[in-house]
Design a protein around this ligand. Structure first.
Ligand SMILES: NC(=O)c1ccc[n+]([C@@H]2O[C@H](COP(=O)([O-])OP(=O)(O)OC[C@H]3O[C@@H](n4cnc5c(N)ncnc54)[C@H](OP(=O)(O)O)[C@@H]3O)[C@@H](O)[C@H]2O)c1
Length: 303
């Protein structure tokens, strides 16, 4: 992909797309962000960084086509059913609509951001199986495509209700069980590298993770970052029994699927050093961690 290539990034006002758009921009590339509301603070922040805005909606195919004109590389990501805004079928429809539009417009390279739970057979989780369906569709198109499968985001641990303010963090893995995670900025940088080098990456499905950590690792790292003791335990059996969604996710961690299968040393050879949990807590994740640590004690919904 030459220096004059232009990239279209979906979800650019969100976590993944925002990180990808900024990583491409940092590499001096021309970036167009597909946004629903160009007047939103996040869209205006992108524009202020020199990223052009294409107004559209993933439910509106014509708006996708308008944004696609003249584009060389596309980063495709959709929201999923746990967010409450789309059904699993709508996620599939949106993923296919972007791919169809990219093909119609002769885009040189489409990178589809899937998830670590996808591409390995049915899981019984709609928002993983939807991604497997989009992956298969994308891979069947007569164009250069790459699938990236991010592990769980480090940022996700900072959602309310995980127990940080009470000094007892709870999450999916058992205390001595490894689980892979990715820092969203690593995800942005790696996808940008992949977008810029279709000849090197197209045809591949790449599992993405920054670090592999146990619950005990979380306790140690959070204790150090907080300057006071933070213990770790897995989500309680009572919680998992009362919440089939979390229970299935925990089972998939136990089965290994969501524990992650990325080859982190190979990723570091290909993309450079990745962010350890300690490094994330000291830099990109610092403000999120401090906000989660100091959140009101009312946020204990998941415990
Ligand atoms: N969290 C994890 O640990 C994890 C791990 C692996 C994979 N995933 C997957 O990551 C995906 C979500 O990515 P994310 O966390 O980056 O999302 P996010 O931060 O929630 O952002 C969603 C983005 O999509 C845009 N969007 C939503 N509906 C749209 C529509 N109809 N038309 C145009 N744009 C629309 C939003 O724009 P607005 O600003 O207009 O709302 C926003 O830019 C999900 O599929 C999830 O399953 C998550």
């Amino acid at each position: 992909m030459d220096d004059n290539s232009e990239f279209l990034v979906f979800g650019a006002t969100g976590q993944q797309g925002g990180a990808v758009a900024r990583a491409l921009k940092a590499k001096g590339r021309t970036v167009r962000a597909f946004v629903r509301n160009p007047d939103s603070a996040k869209a205006m922040a992108l524009a202020g960084e020199g990223i052009s805005l294409a107004k559209g909606d993933l439910f509106d195919t014509d708006s996708i086509d308008r944004a696609m004109a003249g584009i060389d590389g596309v980063f495709s990501v959709q929201t999923s059913s746990p967010g409450g805004e789309v059904s699993d079928q709508q996620e599939v429809d949106q993923g296919k609509a972007i791919a169809d539009s990219a093909l119609r417009h002769g885009v040189r390279h489409l990178v589809y951001s899937s998830g670590g739970g996808a591409g390995k057979g049915p899981t019984g989780m709609g928002h993983f199986d939807s991604k497997s369906e989009i992956e298969a569709y994308v891979q069947g198109l007569p164009m250069a495509t790459t699938i990236t499968r991010p592990a769980s985001f480090m940022e996700m641990m900072m959602l309310p209700g995980m127990g940080l303010p009470e000094g007892e963090f709870t999450f999916f893995m058992r205390p001595d069980q490894l689980m892979q995670m990715i820092a969203v900025n690593d995800l942005g940088r790696i996808n940008a590298e992949i977008l810029m080098a279709p000849d090197r990456f197209s045809g591949r499905a790449i599992e993405l993770s920054s670090a592999s950590v146990t619950g005990e690792d979380l306790a140690r790292a959070f204790t150090k970052a907080a300057g006071r003791p933070i213990t770790y335990r897995r989500f309680s059996d009572e919680l998992l029994d009362s919440n089939p969604f979390l229970k299935r996710l925990a089972e998939l961690v136990d089965d290994g699927l969501l524990a992650g299968v990325a080859d982190i040393p190979a990723l570091e050879r290909e993309f450079g050093a990745l962010t350890s949990l300690d490094a994330w807590l000291a830099a990109d994740g610092k403000s999120l961690f401090e906000a989660a640590l100091n959140a009101g004690k009312a946020d204990v919904a998941l415990r």
